[in-house]
Design a binder for this molecule. Structure first.
Ligand code: 5GP
Length: 233
């Protein structure tokens, strides 16, 4: 195996075959609360890889530039080397999670418009929310980059709502990451039940990592359900 360059909470990054790429391996580790809760869930890596690759393929087909070069096997992919922008972009269609707690809005409340927000990528600090002027003041990203990421996030949201509503899934909220590559920003990291809230459209049953965070049980049954709906199998 190639040299490991970085071990994240649920993925490991290895040297790629050339200096323009990395190999990403999805592991079975599940973490929550900035890594404080941790468990091995047999098969999670392959489920997340499969789901993320289907979403990335669809986004690419619809004009969104992403880091994905090619899928190697069940748990690994070749991706473009990119310098990750150290903020997460959070997109919300329905109130849930920290939004509900912070603003006192019941989970499941449909929002009158899509919201986007940034949070600083820092487990130590608990990924605090950060605004545009704070991000530019700290030199983390430029105003143009923030506008571009927001614009891309809204395009991705329209595409993903279309994709998931067709298979009976309510796209509640999710997290995106971008990286700088060849003078452009491209979509990086994964889009999976680890980084999204997916609810069944009819029953509002949770099909995502909230099953793990909230000890609801049968975590991977939700992930399997998402994958089988997307593949139609
Ligand atoms: P919240 O702010 O409600 O905790 O999270 C909003 C959405 O972004 C949820 O779908 C959650 O899964 C995702 N999200 C927020 N922060 C992170 C993070 O650090 N890692 C991952 N994988 N997802 C996150």
């Amino acid at each position: 195996m190639e040299k490991m360059l970085y071990e994240g909470k649920s993925k490991s990054i290895y040297e790629g075959p050339d200096d323009k790429s990395y190999i990403v391996r999805y592991r079975d580790t599940a973490t929550a609360f900035d890594g404080k809760k941790r468990e091995e869930l047999d098969g999670k890596g392959a489920l997340n890889a499969a789901i993320s690759h289907i979403i990335y393929g669809y986004l690419e087909q619809n004009g969104i530039e992403t880091h994905l070069i090619k899928v190697i096997d069940d748990t690994t992919a070749l991706v473009k080397k990119a310098e990750i922008v150290m903020v997460e972009v959070i997109v919300r269609n329905v109130a849930a999670g920290s939004f509900s707690r912070k603003y006192g809005v019941p989970e499941g409340t449909e929002l009158q418009n899509v919201t986007t927000e940034f949070s600083l990528k820092s487990d130590e600090l608990g990924d605090p929310m950060i605004n545009n002027s704070q991000i530019t003041a700290l030199g983390i990203a430029t105003a143009q980059e923030l506008d571009y990421m927001t614009d891309q996030a809204l395009k991705i949201n329209d595409l993903m709502i279309g994709m998931f509503s067709k298979v009976g899934i309510r796209l509640v909220d999710y997290k995106l990451e971008f990286g700088r590559c060849d003078g452009k920003l491209i979509l990086c990291d994964e889009i999976s039940p680890d980084s999204c809230r997916f609810w069944d459209i009819e029953t509002n049953q949770k099909l995502d990592k909230d099953r793990f965070r909230r000890d609801l049980g049968n975590v991977l049954d939700g992930y399997r359900d998402v994958l089988s709906r997307l593949t139609g199998e």
